[in-house]
Design a protein around this ligand. Structure first.
Ligand SMILES: Cc1cc2nc3c(=O)[nH]c(=O)nc-3n(C[C@H](O)[C@H](O)[C@H](O)COP(=O)(O)OP(=O)(O)OC[C@H]3O[C@@H](n4cnc5c(N)ncnc54)[C@H](O)[C@@H]3O)c2cc1C
Length: 473
């Protein structure tokens, strides 16, 4: 076991990709094996927060006090077998992708930030551009070894449903509490995932670092598509961009089945122009799309169908970019990844606060949602940027207030939340609640549902020491 007690050594663990600055910890504890972790937990009663790679957006890995447990030594990367792979939680998505490159498989969930650890992506049930077709992290977890805050353990597999008790390694049986709450049906990462017919695994995935510690994970892999048709489409009218996405989503054309539909507003494009200078000057919005192709022989025909489809849909076809090679596709992914990074850099440079949303609604509200965002944001006189997963009706609005506008920015955020909740949406579709969205989560689910979730928390962590301050006050 490694211990870090020097404040300078602890300070990198008190950061993530949020603005949160209220972190404090007495020690960082780095177990080198599951046994070391378990032995430590059996005698510990201090608050502990698990550190992943620190790319989270909600300060969920930053403790307000107590100890940090980092699983950075859990770096096992197994062999690919029959469509699955066993990994340690500290393996990053970049390491996983690199490992898979020479195989016929790929791991579909692709949260934009590949430095994220697999353990962190389980805790947040991360999703990304391809989640539009392929689903979220939860859909790709076949098994996990987990450790609870008191050091008890269980190995979970698919098919062990909450209708039956969870039997821990020491024989203890835990029954799923009798609660009323169920999770919303839209893309959602707010609070625990609760469905009456779910597996136990589904509860722990997306539990925001508050229910358990993942120590081994078996990931499901899919056969790698033969190719991707992909492009960045530019529009000089944003409405045309929104309605194209709406029509693609409703399309029943066999070859128009994208796996990514990612949006960039004019303010994103202005910032991206510094890195990608041939963004057309008259573009007011853009879409990055990818359509996976199972067999190379379908590629040319599918591309023709796409180009035909895009004709007369308001796309600036001559100025849009289409991938001609895997390198182009890589560059388009860099284009997508660059926008949150540029905004984070800009905020650090200017010492400016970012108020970022993670709201989503169901399909029927897509165009209304966009109109509503535009009207509210443009009327606000606060700088803002909008980008993200339009295919999932899930955009990240970054409000960038100057120091005099912070209160107003929070008011705007509240207004957006009120409307999204009116449409039965969620306050977090992929980043989780952590320490930053607790009020909005309470507004979303109400007091009695929050109590239901607290009952679950107490079932697995009676001392309330794991991930303290996340989801619950
Ligand atoms: C530029 C950028 C783009 C991003 N884009 C996306 C995106 O498209 N989609 C998306 O979903 N997210 C995105 N994110 C957010 C982030 O990458 C994810 O939330 C990611 O899942 C966090 O992983 P991490 O290893 O960095 O976790 P951390 O930030 O270290 O921790 C996150 C949570 O996981 C818990 N945790 C970590 N490891 C374990 C473990 N082994 N067992 C139990 N709990 C654990 C922590 O306690 C904490 O609660 C983005 C971030 C950045 C910086």
């Amino acid at each position: 076991m490694i211990y870090k007690t020097d404040p300078q050594m602890i300070s990198p663990y008190l950061k993530d990709a949020s603005n949160f600055s209220g972190g404090s910890a007495d020690k960082v504890i780095i177990p080198e094996s599951s046994d070391e972790l378990i032995n430590f937990l059996i005698t510990n009663d201090c608050p502990i927060t698990i550190a992943g790679a620190g790319t989270g957006m909600t300060a969920s890995r930053i403790p307000e006090s107590g100890l940090i447990v980092s699983l950075e030594r859990f770096t096992k990367l197994g062999d690919v077998r029959n469509g699955f792979i066993d990994v340690g939680p500290a393996i990053s998505l970049a390491q996983l992708n690199e490992h898979l490159v020479s195989t016929k498989y790929f791991y579909p969930p692709n949260p934009t930030e590949t430095l994220a650890s697999v353990g962190g992506t389980l805790a947040t049930n991360a999703s990304g551009s391809r989640s539009y077709k392929y689903g979220v992290t939860r859909d790709y977890i076949l098994e996990a070894d987990i450790v609870f805050a008191d050091g008890k353990t269980v190995s979970l597999k698919r098919g062990l449903t909450i209708k039956n008790p969870l039997i821990l390694s020491d024989g203890q049986e835990i029954h799923f509490p009798n609660i009323k709450y169920t999770s919303p049906r839209c893309k959602n990462a707010a609070g625990y995932h609760i469905r009456t017919d779910m597996d136990w695994l589904d509860l722990f995935i997306g539990s925001d670092g508050t229910l358990c510690i993942f120590t081994r994970i078996r990931l499901k892999l899919l056969p790698r598509p033969a190719a991707f048709i992909s492009g960045i489409l530019f529009f000089n009218k944003e409405e045309e961009c929104w309605s194209l996405v709406d029509s693609i989503k409703k399309s029943d054309i066999k070859y128009i089945k994208p796996c990514s539909l990612e949006y960039f507003d004019i303010r994103s494009l202005r910032r991206l122009r510094n890195k990608f200078e041939n963004i057309p000057l008259n573009a007011r919005a853009a879409i990055f799309f990818e359509n996976d192709i199972k067999s190379q022989k379908d590629y040319d025909y599918s591309l023709e169908v796409w180009i035909d489809y895009l004709n007369n849909k308001g796309v600036l076809l001559d100025d849009s970019w289409f991938a001609q090679s895997p390198n182009d596709l890589k560059r388009f992914h860099e284009f997508r990844h660059a926008i949150p990074v540029l905004i984070n850099e800009e905020n650090s440079r200017l010492g400016r606060l970012k108020i970022g949303t993670d709201l989503a609604v169901s399909d029927d509200h897509l165009v209304h949602m966009m109109e509503f965002y535009r009207d509210e944001l443009e009327g606000s006189k606060i700088d803002f940027v909008v980008f993200g997963h339009l295919g999932d009706n899930h955009l990240h609005i970054n409000l960038l207030p100057n120091t005099n506008q912070i209160e107003k920015a929070h008011e705007i955020y509240k207004k957006l939340v009120n409307q999204i909740l009116e449409w039965k949406g969620t306050v977090s579709a992929e980043h989780g609640i952590g320490k930053l969205k607790k009020n909005y989560f309470l507004q979303m689910v109400g007091k009695s549902s929050l109590e239901d979730l607290r009952t679950i928390k107490k079932t697995f962590d009676p001392l309330l020491i794991l991930g303290k301050g996340n989801i619950f006050d």
